[in-house]
Ligand binder design. Sequence first.
Ligand code: URA
Length: 434
Amino acid sequence: MHMAEVIRRKRDGAELDPATIREVISGIVSGEVPDYQAAALLMAVFFRGLTDAELVAWTQAMLHSGDVFDLSRLPGRKVDKHSTGGVGDKISIPLAPLVAACGVKVPMISGRGLGHTGGTLDKLESIPGFRTDLSPARFIEGVATIGTCMIGQTESIVPADKRMYALRDVTGTVESIPLIAASILSKKLAEGISGLVLDVKVGSGAFMKTRERARALAHALVGLGNRSGVQTVAYLTDMNEPIGWAVGNALEIEESIEVLRGEGPADTVGLVVTLGGRMLALGGAAASQDGGEARIRAAIADGSGLEVFRRMVAFQGGDARAVDDPGLLPVARASRDVEAPRTGNVQAIDCEQVGLAALVLGGGRQRKEDRIDPAVGLRMRARLGAEVKAGEPLATILFNDASKVPEAEALVRDAFVIGGGRVSAAPQVLEVVE
Ligand code: URA
């Protein structure tokens, strides 16, 4: 393979054949392709895109750069869910146990926080003792015996993504729809699933700020998933305010438990029921979306989802007593309200700023080696469209390090647009792509 020629061909808009793509990706992983040539090729892809055939070959090459789970000995269809990332997005945490309680297995490889968005793994690790670094054999055992298990990507799962993501991050090539689609799907395909529900977030707290970009990503993901043999459906959902009331790792675990107890906020429960209903339909445990939703609601009402969560926490080394006594989760030492500067209606919330406030408090990483403080975060006190009076709380900041509070407070206060006109929040589900 002549790498400079491959770069030139992509630069000029020619289609690369699958064998070349395989060689390039394996060269990037082994180091045979130096970073400068890999980065040049990524930039050529950024501008030229990938054809459908190239995207499938690219994703397969990434997938087979590492271990792929073989769950074929487990009976039934296995289904997973993935979110493109949001603020207060704890949906996977109650969702996976509820779907498992209804008889569909959910082998979930989750991610860590990225930028202003939180990560499922960071949230789960706020449960004392909880481990997300299980061996492949233990992961499969968890899925087989409990119905779900949630782990992180290891060195051996899609190493090509780790390598390429690091390069994309520093070469201005993260925001490429085919590269995002290949990155997400390669990791999901490694789980050995047959169905996938995607939650593509749109709005001020999402990576995709416009409906057009989100729709384009959803179409790329659904097309790629289906062509790769996984029945894939994408929901475009609103991310113009945090999901639920809690933003922060332990706070979101507590709110997830509330959902499983039937005491969760309506928006959070709504998303769990919609996405869960579709997962059950894809997994063959429900004949329709409505039937699936009814089963998820029943698994909340009868506590069976909560029981699966309890078992999963214990299986993954966590203190399962925290599921019944959230007082055992880390708690911040102090709190302060952010007050409304004027009277009016909440017209808009810059949700990314709310996510950044949680990050500044220590709930996320500013550098990759940073340690997360699981206790800190925010409790939202006002939603879009709410009437607030000057001096009333918009949010409560929960903190351990007082020096971080002024910056977080300013971010939250500036995130709220309060004015005279009435607004109503957008519907939660904007579109379904299948
Ligand atoms: N999430 C991923 O896993 N990969 C991307 O490229 C972007 C978001």
